[in-house]
Design a protein around this ligand. Sequence first.
Ligand SMILES: *Cc1c(COP(=O)(O)O)cnc(C)c1O
Length: 348
Amino acid sequence: MRPEQLENFQVFAQKFMGTSHRQPPIRALVGEIKAGLTELFRAPAGYEVILGNGGASAFWDAATFSLVEKKAQALVHGEFGNKFAKILGAPWLEQPTVIEAEPGTRSDLIAEAGVDVYAYPHNETSAGVVTDVLRVTGADANSLMLTDATSAAGGIDFDITQTDVYYFAPQKNFASDGGLWLALVSPKALERIERISASGRYIPNILSLKLALDNSRENYTLNTPALATLFFLNDQIQWMLKNGGLSWADAKTKANSKVLFDWAEKNPLTEAFVKNPLHRSQLVATINFADQIDALGIAQILRENDIVDTDPYRKLGKNQLRVATFVSVEQSDLEALTNCIDYVLERL
Ligand SMILES: *Cc1c(COP(=O)(O)O)cnc(C)c1O
């Protein structure tokens, strides 16, 4: 998080922490977030921002209740894509088609008759693999594209008309705190939410996107959100807009990740985990180490020296470091990090 975000929070906190989210100042904040995201993502008329509590994981359940009509297809090449694919196996749906690839690589979604939702992560955060936001050619006309943008949102430029639901939690590239989900939703997806809600399907209130939609239109959430999360998110959105929006953020994260990848290429002991440069994330750099080096051991030494969270994704089990190159991160800090890793490597 940027130091200015935390400074600005002091002012907000003294005035507003403890305020009901149904009162004007907090509703105005939610309104600013909705307008800011619409502008940042250059959404055409008809797209709406909806939000609710529970983070991206809660949104997976909500989507399974409120967006999938009969059958989904899911792209899986890491932990986050895999978690959603499992949820899509819900008993009221047909079993999803799962297109799997080894972490560090990826496959592509393919047109399939009868599939009404195509789901994929924009950035698979566990492995550092990116997927372009593009509709599946030849898909049924009524099918929806669902993009899990939790670590990608606000860090990669893309065309919003190529997806129907661009959803995320704000604790990654948006430099906020957790517990919230937000989604930019197309007219086609709004219609699907209304239709499934009217169909009589059992949907728990907290997972109903229809209730989330109705509440979002009033600039609040179904139940009480964390106000700090809303504040930090909005501060980050306004900062991005002031600096040049999504194309500026995209250029910054590209330059950030290049520091790590260029460094890894130079050292014979390290290499990019994602071999295909087109699949390599500009937001999460995963760097493999030669077998004789214990990457986790390096992460541990860094942690003991207050350089934290360079650890690989715990379940992936690879000999690698994983570094966020989000828009808030300064290039000079990443250069300092590579110097620190070199320092450790020289002394092993
Ligand atoms: C972090 C992450 C999630 C999980 O987010 P929560 O808000 O903790 O549920 C889901 N998808 C992706 C791509 C993520 O990076």
